[in-house]
Design a protein around this ligand. Structure first.
Ligand code: PFF
Ligand code: NA
Length: 459
């Protein structure tokens, strides 16, 4: 099944692509990470900065990645090394493609561990662990769960195994089919939980917390985190949208599907935030409790509900599915390189990369138990576990630097005429195109560079 001579795979159509891309975008970033970082950074002002980042940097970069993919019909290494003339860097841009692959491997290694936690909670729910008596000590229960190396290892193994299984199935047969089934169910369940949360007496406070900006709570660190998260949540800076765009047929509009992806991803993050904070406040808890938020506060709610175990099982099942549709997109980045550029069989490439990622993930598995006391002194952050170190460098640095690469490549290195050729029938029009190029050339790079300099304390 080498690349040579064989027709490259594609999505079945726009709808399949949108679902798969939304499946990639919507994941732990929306339901687990966004609420907890919003909680840590004090709510409204952070949310506002985040929305600005999505609109001015995230969305334009999303178009850029999709366009680079569809134009080149290649995975990130190929897309980055084939579109610029030699005078404008030529093949050297391939560096960013390689960076995407390395980042993908490292990101999935710890994403899978958290994906595993959701499966662990699913099993807990099915076995009836969420009883009214357990409501009060959901925090301890989470602590005990992640402190158990065997359970976390087992669920990391299952999660990576599932990603590998789907990616072996290929583009439309595996990835698209999984997303088509899983994403709609996820949406219905999330809305049901939102409906419930809005009836609790914490709803008003939650809306106020999320949408009333108090700028005194905004730090430079919070802004960096908002930019980083806008990349993370849209699956940017890692080549995913380049790869997914490369399987897109010419008839599908990048402009319309990109808008749809960003809108859905943002809506789901906001809904998850309101839902979770409504529950947090109605239980009189604090919003800034960190990564344990969904694994601690929601279980305490489920435990006190009629049929709580059923709710909990559904919620963690679907969170696990959302994580899975993101996990497969990350694995696909690495696999696509070997399938496309090296002509290696999809199955072999998937097993090889999946296995490597699984092995690296063991370090993150152990970060909450055996290696919990092993801390890396991270400049500006203090001592962090391996898991937290990876998360910090990838979310706040690697994705953002790679995004800078995408912006400069699309804005300056690739010929704008070529991009216009690819986008002219896409519905964004000449003005839209000019605005996009402007954002790519100036706004995105300047924003990213300022933020990086600030983090380095150079300005
Ligand atoms: N967008 C995913 C989420 O919000 O959970 C995470 C992710 C997937 C990040 C794919 C990056 C990526 F390339
Ligand atoms: Na997301």
């Amino acid at each position: 099944m080498g690349a040579a001579g064989k027709k490259r795979e594609t999505w079945s159509g726009s709808f399949g692509f949108i679902l798969a891309a939304v499946g990639s975008a919507v994941g732990l970033g929306n339901v687990w990470k966004f609420p907890y970082i919003t909680g840590e950074h004090g709510g409204g002002a952070f949310v506002l900065v985040y929305l600005v980042c999505i609109a001015l940097v995230g969305l334009p970069l999303l178009f850029a990645e999709m366009t680079l993919g569809r134009l080149s019909k290649k995975e990130p290494v190929g897309a980055f090394s084939s579109l610029a003339s030699a005078a404008r860097g030529g093949k050297w841009w391939g560096f960013f493609g390689w960076m995407s692959i390395v980042t993908a491997v490292l990101l999935l290694s710890f994403y899978s561990v958290v994906g595993g936690w959701t499966l662990g909670y699913l099993v807990k729910a099915v076995s009836g662990a969420f009883s009214p008596e357990s409501a009060a000590n959901s925090g301890e229960a989470f602590g005990e769960f992640i402190a158990d190396p065997y359970q976390t290892l087992a669920f990391h193994t299952i999660f990576m195994g599932a990603c590998i299984g789907v990616v072996i199935g290929g583009v439309s047969g595996g990835i698209e089919r999984a997303a088509k089934v899983l994403m709609p169910i996820f949406a219905v369940l999330l809305l049901t939980l939102l409906g419930y949360s809005l009836t609790t007496d914490g709803a008003g406070q939650a809306l106020n917390f999320m949408f009333y900006p108090d700028f005194s709570k905004l730090s430079a660190g919070a802004i960096l985190e908002a930019v980083g998260h806008s990349f993370f949540t849209l699956s940017l800076g890692m080549g995913v949208m380049i790869v997914y765009g490369s399987y897109l047929k010419k008839e599908s509009s990048i402009f319309k599907s990109g808008m749809m992806i960003a809108l859905l991803d943002t809506a789901i993050a906001l809904i998850a935030g309101v839902t979770i904070f409504g529950i947090v406040f109605s239980a009189g808890q604090e919003p800034g409790t960190g990564p344990g938020l969904v694994f601690v506060t929601l279980p305490s709610l489920f435990a006190s509900l009629p049929m709580g175990s059923l709710w909990a099982a559904l919620f963690f099942l679907l969170l696990g599915f959302a994580a899975l549709t993101s996990g497969i997109s990350i694995l696909e980045v690495a696999v696509a390189y070997f399938v496309d550029e090296r002509g290696i069989d999809r199955k072999k490439a998937t097993l090889f990369f999946g296995g490597t990622i699984f092995a690296i993930g063991l370090l993150s598995v152990m970060s909450t138990n055996i290696l919990a006391d092993f801390k890396i002194p991270v400049p500006g952050k203090g001592p962090l576990t391996i898991f937290d170190t990876l998360d910090y460098f990838i979310s706040n640095w690697a994705l953002v630097l790679n995004g800078l690469g995408v912006a400069i490549y699309a804005g300056w290195a690739v010929d704008a005429k070529q991009l216009w050729g690819e986008l002219k029938d896409d519905g964004l029009g000449r003005t839209g195109f000019a605005v996009w190029i402007f954002l790519m050339r100036f706004v995105a790079p300047v924003a990213i560079i300022l933020i990086l300099l600030h983090t380095l304390e150079w300005i």
